[in-house]
Ligand binder design. Structure first.
Ligand code: FES
Length: 159
């Protein structure tokens, strides 16, 4: 089911029929130094994927305000910024792992929290001001949507 919804979203995006969670209206003008987006470009319930110091960060505007986490799911690095948002919880678009954006806690696998970032808003712009917590460096694991996990050793196949 997760892969179907992901493919459906990808097709809609390719056809220009869906802004996706990361969709945002573009503001005109020049961003203040250090800003990653205009405030009015990120509506409640939407996300924005940016790169800060070489690290992908997903910023979400929830009902409570802005929250930012690493834009890499701790399962298989799925883009959390393209996930679906419900309250403060984002669901990864790849295999549906869920994360609490306010704490980084992984609600699907308790040992796989995602790193959080400080995010600030001023002068009509959004700033990511530094890392708040480190995320788990572990990756991989079972697919909760029932898809089989196939592990291959490419070195052995070449011989
Ligand atoms: S990559 Fe996020 S749930 Fe698999």
């Amino acid at each position: 089911m997760a892969i179907r919804s992901f493919l459906k979203k990808a097709v809609k995006k390719a056809l220009g029929r869906d802004e996706g969670a990361a969709g945002a209206k573009k503001s005109s003008g020049t961003l203040p130094t250090g800003a990653v987006a205009f405030s009015d470009a990120l509506k409640v319930g939407r996300s924005r994927e940016v790169v800060v110091d070489g690290v992908g960060v997903a910023i979400f505007r929830t009902e409570r305000g802005l929250l930012a986490v690493d834009n890499a799911c701790t399962h298989e690095d799925g883009p959390l910024g393209e996930g679906s948002l419900s309250g403060d919880v984002v669901t990864c678009p790849y295999h549906d792992w869920r994360f609490d954006l306010s704490t980084g806690e992984c609600l699907s696998h308790s040992d796989r929290h995602v790193g959080c970032w400080h995010v600030d808003e001023r002068d009509g712009a959004i700033f990511v001001t530094g890392r708040r917590t480190q995320g788990s460096t572990e990756r991989g694991g079972a697919h909760d949507d029932g898809m089989a996990v196939i592990t291959k050793n490419l070195d052995e196949e070449e011989g």
